[in-house]
Design a protein around this ligand. Structure first.
Ligand SMILES: [Zn+2]
Length: 114
């Protein structure tokens, strides 16, 4: 095959996350895509952000919600007022997406602090 290969969905997801990182002015140490049973994403204290590989197959609005959620944890560790205010500014229908997540897959973006 000499044809230029299209980006794998996982690469697209990583690109999308990097784009959001610029928008949010955060600098994740690493963005990983891997199998992540039970959650869509996680953010480690050392700045490594991980997204579930099957998130790549979800709708873009849903991806944005998970990406923004995890990247915002680089600025705010909890889901406090500031976190939610920014969330609303960036992904206005995040509450709807959060519900969707629970209904369709019974999992939250991450479970660190419930
Ligand atoms: Zn969280």
């Amino acid at each position: 095959m000499v044809a230029k290969s299209p980006l794998y969905p996982e690469d697209q997801l990583r690109r999308r996350a990097m784009g959001w990182a610029i928008t949010l002015k955060v600098n994740p140490d690493q963005v990983q895509i891997r199998r992540l049973p039970g959650k869509w994403g996680s953010c480690a204290p050392d700045g490594i952000v991980t997204f579930a590989d099957d998130l790549a197959g979800e709708a873009e609005a849903f991806q944005d919600w998970v990406i923004v959620h995890e990247l915002l944890h680089l600025r705010y560790r909890d889901h406090g007022k500031r976190f939610k205010a920014l969330m609303t500014a960036l992904v206005p229908d995040w509450r709807e997406l959060e519900k969707q997540s629970r209904h369709s897959a019974d999992r939250e973006p991450e479970r660190r602090d419930g």
